[in-house]
Design a protein around this ligand. Structure first.
Ligand code: HAM
Length: 432
């Protein structure tokens, strides 16, 4: 007889590449989102939220048929009504969709957005690669000048630095515009034609579909060949060269460390001109392959791919899960909310009803308490309070509930006093 699969083993596991964020990690996520929001609000990025599900056609039209996301990483579904939808793999195409759908080109330009949340990619799970990933992103739509790159890169590096990641380097390149990129593409095809036999299977495929993507391959042999490949920077037309020059001048004048990575291309096909990725500069002993903490670029042709309209745009997104991991690896502390020092014990039904009112009074007075709703005895609850290292226990028994009083017990000295309920806030504040 074939062995039965242990059903509970499957039921009790999150899907591959997805994970629970437990309280000890949640505080990292919150710290990062709070910092990202604080800085982005200050620079005028308006918050926006788009649905987790979008029409499949949005991503097919926006991200490019030959991107890995479209070819193999999308979670798609067909609704009972027959619509084809996709769980969003990224946020840029949905925000451009929203901009066009709501006629935001009539608003004062550029329109600057900030967004955050989960995105879904059916990738092979490995270090730094999840199937449900979290991003914080910025998009500036309606600005063609390099000042938009300057603003995006400045704000994203500020967020990383203020979180305590001090040695951030921006890898940057230009992919040119349609014309100059086409000349480069021809040059690249010529270069790889002679080396086709040495490329990995995926890259042989990329050669005919989208040769620029060969430069993004992580296979050892393809990386070796890339070192000799022609560089886009030598094929840029004069306006694209000038654009890149202005972006780099800005980085210089703001002391933002960068590395002109002349083979940097990106996994999404909507980019033109500037592309960038953020890395943490590693010490020499750390020889692990670095993973990008964030990335972005200009996507002046995306609006046209979706709607035949032209809106220049730029943006970037931080990979929050990777930042959490890096902060933990570096032992960067995060601020935990002020721990409570008071344990609230209520005994009996009358006390339980009354306690809700008292707890609300304490909350309004910003006195944090941990409340016990257990039915345990006074003794066992005091034991919990002592285990949690509480300084005081507030005890509301049947008698106190009737007399409108409450006992406050000092957990260190084991002394206790009975205080009228209306005086409790004043009394505790004096003690803490
Ligand atoms: P992306 O490079 O695909 O760009 O993702 C941005 C960041 O999200 C990456 O640098 C990385 O930190 C994180 N990330 C990506 N995939 C994963 C994964 N599977 N697991 C964990 N983290 C991941 C975009 O998504 C563009 N929409 C960014 C952009 C905004 N471009 C213009 N505007």
């Amino acid at each position: 007889m074939p062995k039965k699969k242990d059903k509970s083993k499957i039921i009790l596991q999150t899907p591959k590449g997805m994970h629970d964020i437990l309280p000890e990690d949640f505080v990292f996520y919150k710290t990062i989102y709070d910092k990202a929001e604080e800085i982005s609000n200050y620079y005028g990025f308006m918050p926006i939220k788009t649905p987790h599900l979008e029409r499949l056609e949005l991503f097919n039209a926006g991200l490019g048929d030959t991107s890995d996301i479209i070819e193999k990483q999308m979670y798609t579904l067909k609704t009972q009504g027959g619509d084809k939808l996709a769980l969003r793999p990224e946020g840029t195409a949905p925000i451009m969709r929203s901009y066009i759908e709501h006629g935001m080109q009539t608003w004062p330009q550029p329109v600057m957005f900030q967004y955050q949340g989960s995105f879904f990619r059916h990738e092979k799970p490995q270090k730094g690669r999840l199937r449900e990933l979290q991003q914080f992103g910025l998009e500036i739509i309606g600005e063609e000048k390099p000042v938009a790159e300057a603003m995006t890169i400045r704000v994203l590096t500020l967020i990383l630095e203020e979180l305590g990641l001090k040695s951030i380097v921006v890898h940057i390149n230009s992919l040119g515009d349609k014309e100059c990129r086409n000349n480069y593409r021809k040059e690249l095809l010529g270069f790889y034609k002679k080396r086709l036999g040495q490329l990995c299977r995926d890259c042989k495929n990329r050669y005919s579909k989208n040769p620029l993507r060969i430069l993004d391959c992580k296979e050892e042999k393809c990386i070796e060949i890339k070192a000799e490949a022609p560089q886009m920077i030598n094929y840029l037309c004069t306006p694209c060269k000038q654009h890149l020059k202005e972006v780099l001048e800005f980085l210089d004048s703001n002391n933002i460390s960068y590395f002109l990575d002349t083979h940097l291309v990106r996994g999404l096909d909507y980019y033109s001109r500037t592309v960038f990725e953020f890395f943490e500069e590693k010490s020499e002993e750390e020889n692990e392959t670095p993973i990008a903490l964030g990335a972005g670029g200009r996507y002046d042709y995306l609006a046209h791919a979706l709607s035949n309209k032209n809106f220049p745009a730029i943006g970037g997104a931080l990979g929050i899960d990777r930042i959490v991991q890096t902060m933990k690896d570096r032992s960067i502390p995060v601020r935990h909310s002020k721990p409570s020092k008071i344990f609230f014990i209520q005994l009996g039904t009358a006390a339980k009803y009354k306690s809700l009112k008292i707890i609300e009074t304490l909350r309004k007075a910003h006195v944090p308490v941990i409340q016990s709703i257990s039915k345990d005895t006074l003794k066992s609850q005091l034991r919990i309070a002592s285990k949690l290292n509480m300084s005081y226990a507030l005890i509301l028994g049947q008698r106190e509930a009737l007399e409108d009083s409450i006992i406050i017990k000092d957990m260190d000295t084991s002394t206790q006093e009975t205080v009228p309920i209306e005086k409790i806030v004043e009394f505790i504040k004096k003690k803490l």
